[in-house]
Design a protein around this ligand. Structure first.
Ligand SMILES: [Zn+2]
Length: 91
């Protein structure tokens, strides 16, 4: 279940980065109301966040491929969810 936990951490990290990006672009925030150079900086930081988010999303795709394993590798986990022993993930 390690991959599953890694995916959960990734998911939360992506969410946090998205929130930060939104904040940098929020025109109601104080850093977007003062000098233009600060606005530019905040826009630049949002772009950096976006690049990070893209990398994290591709990592997520690598960790969570569509399961192509045969059904004999599928089993029910202790929580009752269908589970694949090949990719180590819930289906
Ligand atoms: Zn699988």
């Amino acid at each position: 279940m390690t991959v599953k936990n890694a995916l959960k951490i990734l998911e939360e990290f992506i969410e946090r980065k998205s929130e930060l990006k939104k904040g940098f672009l929020d025109m109601n925030m104080p850093w977007n109301q003062g000098q233009d150079c600060i606005k530019e900086l905040s826009k630049g930081l949002a772009t950096t966040m976006e690049k990070d988010i893209q990398i994290l999303n591709s990592l997520k795709m690598e960790l969570n491929p569509n399961c192509g394993h045969p059904e004999n590798l599928h089993d029910k986990g202790p929580d009752g969810n269908l589970y694949c022993m090949g990719c180590n993930l819930d289906l």
